[in-house]
Structure formats: C-alpha cells, structure tokens
Design a protein around this ligand. Sequence first.
Ligand SMILES: Cc1ncc(COP(=O)(O)O)c(C=O)c1O
Length: 377
Amino acid sequence: MNRVYLDHNATTPLDPRVLDAMLPFLRDDFGNPSSLHWLGQRARGAVEEARARVAELVAADPAEIVFTSGGSESDNAALRGAAAKAKPSRSGIVCTAIEHHAVLNTAKALRDEGRPVAIVRVGERGAVDLEDVAASLGETTALVSVMLANNETGVLQPVAEAARLARAAGALVHCDAVQGAGKVVVDVRALGVDLLTLSAHKIYGPKGVGCLYVRRGTPLAALVRGGGQERNRRAGTENVAGVVGFGAAAALARESLPADAIRVAALRDRLEARLLAIPGARRNGEGPRVPNTTNVSFEGVEAEGLLIALDLEGIAVSTGAACAAGGVEPSHVLRAMGLPAERVQSSLRFSLGRATTESDLGHAADVVAAVVAHQRR
Ligand SMILES: Cc1ncc(COP(=O)(O)O)c(C=O)c1O
C-alpha cells in the first residue's frame, strides 16, 4: 500500500540526525547534569549546548530557555506561573477561543479557581480580532495568551499587535508557538512576548520535551517544584537525551526553514487546489497561514467516516475533533470561527512535512476525491 502521512501537526517523525545526536545519551553518557563528576559534566555540557540551539531558533538568550516535558506543560506553566505571581488586583487571564486545550483548559481551571478569565472571539477567517483583544484588556489583566499559528487551520495570529496592546495595558504576554516554530521565523523580541511555548516533537524532535521561553526578569512561579534545576524554574532531573534531541531538531529547523517553507507551501497550495476542485469542498481559514497546513470541509460527508476510509487506503489525516469523556467533541476552533455544525463535522486537516513529495500528494488527492465520492453515494 502507498502510505502517505499528512498529519505533521499532530507529530513529526524523528529526524535520523536527531536520533544520532540522542543515542550517546541513552547509552554511555547517562550522567545526571547536576552531578559534579565527569559523567555529570558531560551531560551538563550537552544540555547547555542544546539550550543555546533552542534559544537561537527563537532569537532568545540561552538563559531564558526553561526545558519542560513538552508544549502542554509549558502552556500550563506560563498561565499558572504568571497567575500565581500576579497581585490579587491583577490576576485576570485573557486568551483566544482557538487556543490549544493546554491553554484553554488551564484558563478555564483558573476561572474555576476564582480568577477573571476572558476568552476572545475569532472571526470567520480564523484570526483573532484585535479590537476584541483590546476590549477584553483591563487593569485586572495579568496575562494575555495568543497562539502563533493555529494547529487546525494553520492561520497565523497577530501576536505582535496583540502583545503591544497587552503590554500597554500592563499585562504579560504568552505565545504558544508550538505550531509556528520551524514553519515561520520566530523572534521573541520582534513578537514582544514575555513567555513562549515550544515542543520538540512538532519539529522532528522527540516527544515529551519542550521549553518555555521566559524573558529575563519575568515574574513566574514554578509549576514543578523540587530541586533547583532550570534556575529554579522547573524542578526535576533533566531529560538529557530528549533535550539534546530538541537542540539538534531546533538547529535543523533553523537551517532548513527558508527552503522548506517555500517548497512545502508550493506543495500545499497544489494539494489544496486539487481538494477544492472536489464538488462541495471549502477551505477553512483564510489569510496568512503556516506553509504546511490546509483544512477543508467536504459538504455532506462526515469527517470521521472519511478519516477512517482514508486510513484504510493508507492516507493519514486528522479531524479537529477531540476525544472527550464519553464521546468526540467537534473542533472548538472551527466552531469558534462560527462555521455551521455540518461544515465543522465534515472538515479534515491535511498537514505536510519535510519529507512530503509531490507524488504523495497526487496520490492522496486522488484517493480523497474517490473516497468522498464513494461516501456521498
Ligand atoms: C498549538 C499547540 N500547543 C500545544 C500542544 C501540546 O504540545 P505537547 O504535545 O508537546 O504537549 C500542541 C500539540 O498538539 C499544539 O498543537
């Protein structure tokens, strides 16, 4: 079977060069970076080298990078850490309706704990409305969280503009850049953010490792307490092999981004044109997007059935639906964009990667057209 993986926003394969960088730290170099002896110091050196590489990907200072267990932990740490340090009179959180659940559910938990939380709408194009951001800000706002690129539609959000509004109102700014890194240039200072989340497994690194950029001087309570690792910002013996892999992946992402972005955008646009030529197909999300993502609804076809039929044909894609207790929740992102329920339930996300080829996409587009036609019959 000709298998085509078009779900890179869910996760990317580990780049073989990343695996090679990691292997010594899973074999002989097993030291604890906190140990003073030679084995510990070898691990410490590797962790610090990785920190510099990750920092370089987002134009940060290495001392501003805090390694974590991934994007979800970083998002939790940003919101909870900022809220915990905020004055009682300024403990509000503002986030957008299309954030990943790692942000959205943390904001909702903080609301349940008594903090004011505002969730900002997005327009039909899938971008947050800056007027709504401005309207939701107040003297009680501690932190504003706006993602860089949406994981379902790929739509880039006006983070720098939202950050300017937030800072003028005296609030800190967090950006979940998990789906932006490696696809568009990320510069923490140009964005004007205090906190920024990255995850290694979305950029051809290993799962279970990520980081939070913490601008120097940002008041932030630690989420995980214990030893003094990560400058007291995140306790726990470092995931040395994971961190080394993250560093290698970040260096590769930085190197290959300019060429990858152009190549992948051209492929995505061709795939999209083929998909949109299917009768009743419509794109979800407009305006500037990351180069690898397209989200398309197929009128009259139920996305889950489509996904399963495509899987049987070897094509891996995704619906924005989330598995919740007791059933499948339709995409909160597409719903927040105001799309009708039938359109939400007929939407699929196609996300390309570094190794995706033209012939993969030609085959995938043929199969999607055939499967959609079959499901309609
Ligand atoms: C936008 C965004 N934020 C956060 C996460 C969570 O990252 P992790 O899987 O590393 O916990 C994801 C993963 O899908 C994501 O797409």
